[in-house]
Design a protein around this ligand. Structure first.
Ligand SMILES: NC(=O)c1ccc[n+]([C@@H]2O[C@H](COP(=O)([O-])OP(=O)(O)OC[C@H]3O[C@@H](n4cnc5c(N)ncnc54)[C@H](OP(=O)(O)O)[C@@H]3O)[C@@H](O)[C@H]2O)c1
Length: 263
């Protein structure tokens, strides 16, 4: 399928590695122009090296901490300066602090709120009006399967990811008639550094080996394995593309069938 991304410009947040990077690379492979952003200049430089090694060159990078409103303002300004217009963007963030429900401190809640929720709101406020003016665009958010079903010890994600989807679902209604589409993807257990960190922490907390943690985790998934990162970005690129022109207000799980809800 030709996603018709040639000549289109995208901004991808939290894109130096993991899921965000995989989507930026997929968009580039499909012919789009991409601004990649993350908070760490060295990791962004490493991401750029990996893209150049694949002869993918139609991109720029900007360092921005998505918890900082001034950084987000500057990032969006730089993207408009570089590309002239933004046809779509992917919101994403580092995994929020973990912990049981009665132990997460105010400080950690605030960090998680700024990173998971406010970054999405701020990006939408800055970019969606220009999409309305242009006559269309696509917003996609990486969330988590916690929007459908809580995950043990991920209290901030269990509480704040559903808030993101609630915000986006309503935004989708408000802008649908202007041809701006708003969707979310909910990954579940796709192998990245984040999954590695969470599994290592769980192993330390419970006295299990990393292998035991992994196989228990795979047991909960109908496909009986964790996802490979190569299995994540195709749907995202499609949703960001004009080929998904009649899809809005939806949340799609990419989770090997893990979430059991019927909707
Ligand atoms: N992998 C999964 O199975 C899974 C499942 C459910 C939900 N998720 C969620 O999906 C998101 C991405 O997961 P992942 O597995 O790709 O994680 P990852 O490998 O840890 O990547 C996280 C990305 O976020 C960037 N980042 C972190 N803090 C940032 C900040 N303050 N400002 C800007 N960028 C920042 C990191 O770049 P820098 O360090 O360079 O800033 C990196 O590019 C996370 O929120 C995670 O909780 C993942």
């Amino acid at each position: 399928m030709n996603l018709e991304l040639s000549g289109r410009n995208y901004l991808v947040i939290a894109a130096s590695k993991g899921l965000g990077f995989s989507v930026a690379r997929e968009l580039l492979r499909e012919g789009a122009c991409v601004m990649l952003s993350s908070s760490n200049a060295a990791r962004l430089a490493d991401a750029a090296e990996r893209l150049w090694a694949e002869k993918l060159e139609n991109f720029q990078t900007t360092v921005a901490d998505l918890r900082n409103p001034a950084d987000i303002d500057e990032l969006v300004r730089e993207t408009f300066n570089a590309f002239g217009r933004i046809d779509g963007f992917l919101t994403n963030c580092g995994g929020p602090p973990a912990g049981p429900p009665l132990e997460v401190t105010d400080e950690k809640w605030q960090l998680a709120f700024d990173s998971v929720f406010m970054s999405v709101v701020r990006l939408c406020r800055l970019i969606v009006p220009s999409m309305i003016e242009l006559g269309g665009g696509s917003v996609l958010a990486i969330t988590s399967t916690t929007v459908k079903q809580p995950i043990e010890n991920l209290t901030t994600s269990n509480a704040l990811r559903p808030a993101v989807v609630g915000y986006l679902r309503y935004l989708a209604n408000e802008v649908a008639a202007k041809n701006v589409r708003v969707n979310a993807v909910a990954p579940g257990r796709i192998l990245t550094e984040r999954t590695q960190e969470l599994d290592t922490a769980l192993a330390a907390r419970t006295g299990q080996s990393l292998d035991e943690v992994r196989s228990r985790s795979a047991e909960e998934i109908p496909m009986k394995r964790l996802g490979d990162i190569s299995e994540f970005p195709a749907l995202c690129a499609f949703l960001l593309s004009p080929r998904a022109s009649y899809i809005t207000g939806q949340t799609f799980c990419i989770d090997g069938g893990r979430v059991q809800s019927l909707w």
